[in-house]
Design a protein around this ligand. Structure first.
Ligand SMILES: NC(=O)c1ccc[n+]([C@@H]2O[C@H](COP(=O)([O-])OP(=O)(O)OC[C@H]3O[C@@H](n4cnc5c(N)ncnc54)[C@H](OP(=O)(O)O)[C@@H]3O)[C@@H](O)[C@H]2O)c1
Length: 280
C-alpha cells in the first residue's frame, strides 16, 4: 500500500472504483445549512466519497453540498443506506425509500447502496431488492453493514449478485478479523466505520510515539494505518482543522513493523451498538 495519494481508489468486484478515504456524514450537526457548510469544507479539502444514510438525516446536506460545489457528479462517490425499519415494511417500502434518497441527494443514481442493519429474517428479501436496484443501474454497487456470520450465510445462500462492500467497525481496538477475512476470501471490499474510534485512542502511547516520529497526530496515524490495510476509511468530523488533518495522510508511510505494532492493540472491542440489539 505504498504510493497512496489523496485520489487513491480500490476496484470493487464489479470493477467500480471506490476512494480509499471518505467523509462520514453521521451526527455532524442537526442543522441542514450547517450540514451543507461542513460537507462543503470536506469537499474543498479533497474528499469525494460521502457516506450518508436516511437514518443520519444528512442526505439533504450531502445533496446540496455536492450540487453547489460545481464539481461534476461523476467525480463523487455517494453512498447511502436503507434503514432496518423500512426493510421490515417490505419490498415496496425499500424502493420508496431508495427513491426518496435519490431526491434528497439531488442525483439520479448513487454509487453505493447499503443495507444499514439487517433485521432478523429479512436480509434475503432486502438483498433481492438491492439486486433489482443494481440491475436497474440506479446504484453502481450494493453492500451491507453490521453483519454477523449468520447474515453472511443467509445472503450467500440466495444472492445473484455478491455484495460489493461490507461496511463495519474497524480501528486499532477492533480489527473485525472474522468479517475482514470473510471479505478477503470472497473479494468483497471492506469499508471502515468509526475508523478513529471516536477519539478513544488519542492518548495511546504507541500511537503518540508514531505521531511524534512522523510529525502527525494520533488520528492521522490511525487513518494511515487504515489505508495501509487496504480498507476504505470514512472518518467524521465537524471541525475544519480535523477535516483537513484527516485527509492529510500522504507524506509519510508506516513501516510493516509499525503497522504490526498498531495491530497488536486489537482487542476486538466494540464502540457501536450490538449487532443483534438495535432499535431503529
Ligand atoms: N453503518 C453503520 O452502522 C455506521 C456506524 C457508525 C458510523 N458509520 C459511518 O462512519 C462514520 C464515522 O464513524 P463515527 O462517526 O462513528 O466515528 P469516527 O469517525 O471514528 O469519530 C468521530 C469523532 O472523532 C472526532 N475526530 C475525528 N477526527 C479528529 C481529529 N483529527 N482530531 C480530533 N478529533 C477528531 C470527531 O470530533 P470533531 O467533530 O470534533 O472532529 C468525532 O467526535 C460516520 O459518520 C458514518 O458515516 C456507519
Amino acid at each position: 500500500m505504498s504510493n497512496l495519494t489523496i485520489d487513491s481508489t480500490i476496484m470493487l468486484n464489479n470493477r467500480v472504483r471506490i476512494p480509499l478515504i471518505g467523509f462520514g456524514c453521521a451526527e455532524i450537526t442537526p442543522w441542514a445549512s450547517e450540514q451543507e457548510r461542513i460537507i462543503r469544507t470536506a469537499i474543498d479539502a479533497g474528499y469525494r466519497l460521502l457516506d450518508t444514510a436516511i437514518a443520519y438525516e444528512t442526505e439533504h446536506g450531502v445533496g446540496n453540498a455536492w450540487r453547489n460545489s460545481g464539481i461534476d457528479r461523476e467525480k463523487f462517490f455517494i453512498a447511502t443506506k436503507v434503514p432496518p425499519g423500512t426493510i421490515r415494511g417490505g419490498r415496496k417500502e425499500i424502493v420508496r425509500s431508495f427513491e426518496q434518497s435519490l431526491r434528497n441527494l439531488r442525483t439520479d443514481y448513487v454509487d453505493l447502496y447499503l443495507i444499514h442493519w439487517p433485521p432478523q429474517g429479512k436480509i434475503q428479501e432486502a438483498w433481492e431488492i438491492l439486486e433489482y436496484l443494481y440491475y436497474s443501474g440506479r446504484t453502481r454497487a450494493i453492500g451491507i453493514s453490521n453483519l454477523n456470520r449468520r447474515h453472511w450465510l443467509e445472503v450467500m445462500a440466495t444472492c445473484e449478485v455478491m455484495p460489493h462492500v461490507q461496511q463495519d467497525e474497524f480501528h486499532p481496538y477492533r480489527m473485525n478479523e472474522y468479517n475482514r477475512i470473510f471479505c478477503e476470501q470472497h473479494n468483497i471490499h471492506f469499508e471502515a466505520f468509526s475508523p478513529v474510534a471516536r477519539g478513544l485512542l488519542r492518548e495511546n502511547p504507541i500511537l503518540k510515539q508514531l505521531a511524534e516520529k512522523y510529525n502527525k497526530n494520533t488520528f492521522q496515524i490511525i487513518l494511515r494505518w487504515d489505508l495501509q490495510h487496504g480498507v476504505t476509511a470514512i472518518p467524521r468530523s465537524s471541525n475544519p482543522k480535523h477535516i483537513a488533518d484527516n485527509i492529510d495522510l500522504y507524506d509519510f508511510e508506516l513501516t510493516e513493523e509499525e503497522v504490526a505494532m498498531i495491530d497488536s492493540l486489537n482487542k476486538e472491542g466494540q464502540i457501536n451498538r450490538d449487532i443483534d440489539n438495535f432499535n431503529f
